[in-house]
Design a protein around this ligand. Structure first.
Ligand code: C2O
Ligand code: CU
Length: 413
């Protein structure tokens, strides 16, 4: 869908075919009659103008995940905008600074609203996109449903919140293209929209490279081996099709099939150019010596021991949003944060309004990300240039963890 003029995203109830064709349907929420919502496509540097109409019968707001956005458009009720009440509407209008794979989702009671289906892909094309035969968005998600397809509506389940989050009973991919030819070059834009599930992914039937993570091009494309996507993380792959493209969730035994893209026919004139790095993002380079070095300790949860917060989870001993920001930075500060996962569960920590480098073992800046996955007991350093003024959330994207303490905010002035 091209996006020159304002478009409407209307949230409301939908009936979705989550289970295979012929099985039961699922009552969910969506945008413009479908979940996932419509894929929004624009060109880097464009303005995105969206009128959000709230037809779900309770308050909501839309967050544009991963966009280095103007603060007032970030879609966080209570921090950057008022709640969009039931039946009300809200206009979003902002420039798109980076080409890449992003997404949008509700940022109010997201542990329920995203789970019910209020999300969609936001694809921002390069000025000169790499040559491929198909540009395919592949959403990966899980749903907690009965065998009949009926949604299990136990969203606020504190037991889930204290553990890994709300895991589905059924998982699959939702690809935008269902058939390709052998020999086609494809770009796969894979987005994990699950509220809690980490997806390890094995993709068969292609040979190629990972070219971007979380919407940010890699300096060097990486080999496509088994990869892992935390909730909210994305991965762009450019690859050549050799066979049916199967998406598998590896388990201890047989892999769980998430779905596939069928092969029909053969491309007589395959693209043979080497798979190259995408145009690099225009983003501030970190200072050689950080202006601040901080530690963020993740604590709480089941089997997590005592901590100083007053909810299930805490960050540096504080649960939920404090009145004053966790930190105030001067615009342009380079900040190194050591994130320590002192809990028994994995967490995908997401920073709004910025991308940061994950630091490699040797301390050099690794890939740019907006969400970093820390397995239980793991620590990681991130390096960020806080060059975007405003009030920004930093939270776990396991949305039940976010709802039960694992969030804070910081201010860039
Ligand atoms: Cu994708 Cu604060 O969210
Ligand atoms: Cu978490």
């Amino acid at each position: 869908m091209a996006l020159a003029s304002p478009m409407v995203l209307r949230a409301g109830p939908v009936t979705a075919q989550i289970m295979p064709e012929g099985d039961g349907t699922t009552a969910l929420w969506g945008f413009n009659g479908s979940t996932p919502g419509p894929e929004l496509r624009a060109r880097v540097g464009d303005m995105l103008n969206v009128r959000f109409e709230n037809g779900i019968g309770s308050g909501s707001a839309i967050h544009w995940h991963g966009i280095r956005i103007e603060n007032g458009m970030d879609g966080v009720p209570g921090l950057t905008q008022p709640l969009v009440e039931a039946g009300a509407e809200h206009d979003y209008s902002f420039r798109l600074p980076d080409a890449g794979t992003f997404w949008y989702h509700s940022h109010h009671r997201s542990w329920e609203q995203v789970e019910r289906g209020l999300y969609g892909a936001l694809i921002i094309e390069e000025e000169t996109p790499p040559e491929v035969n198909h540009d395919i968005t592949v959403i990966v998600d899980d749903w907690r449903i009965e065998r009949t397809g009926e949604l299990i509506e136990d969203f606020g389940n504190r037991h889930d919140f204290a553990h890994g989050g709300r895991m589905g009973t059924f998982a699959r991919i939702v690809p935008t293209v269902s058939t390709v030819r052998k020999g086609d070059r494809v770009r796969l834009r894979i987005i994990n929209t699950a509220t809690a599930r980490i997806f390890p992914l094995e993709i068969t039937g292609i040979t190629g490279k990972i070219v971007a993570l979380d919407g940010m091009p890699l300096a060097q494309p990486r080999d496509l081996e088994r990869s892992v996507l935390a909730p909210a993380q994305r991965m762009d792959v450019i690859a050549d099709v050799t066979d049916t493209v199967q998406f598998l969730f590896p388990t201890g035994q047989d892999p769980y099939p998430l779905g596939d893209i069928a092969v029909d026919g053969e491309n007589p004139t395959p693209i043979t150019a080497p798979i190259a790095a995408l145009p690099q993002p225009r983003i501030s380079q970190p200072a050689a010596t950080p202006d601040h070095r901080l530690t963020m300790r993740l604590e709480g949860g089941a089997m997590g021991g005592r901590h100083a917060g007053d909810d299930i989870w805490s960050l540096n001993g504080v649960s939920n949003l404090p009145d004053a920001p966790w930190q105030r930075f001067a615009r342009g500060d380079t900040v190194q944060i050591t994130i320590v996962n002192d809990t028994a569960f994995p967490h995908g920590m997401h920073l709004h309004g910025h991308h940061f480098h994950e630091l490699e073992e040797d301390g050099s800046p690794g890939p740019l990300r907006d969400t970093t996955l820390l397995m239980r007991g793991q620590s990681r350093d991130i390096l960020c240039v806080f060059d975007n003024p405003g009030k920004w959330l930093l939270h776990c994207h396991m949305l039940g963890h976010q709802a039960s303490g694992m969030k804070t905010w910081l201010e860039v002035a």
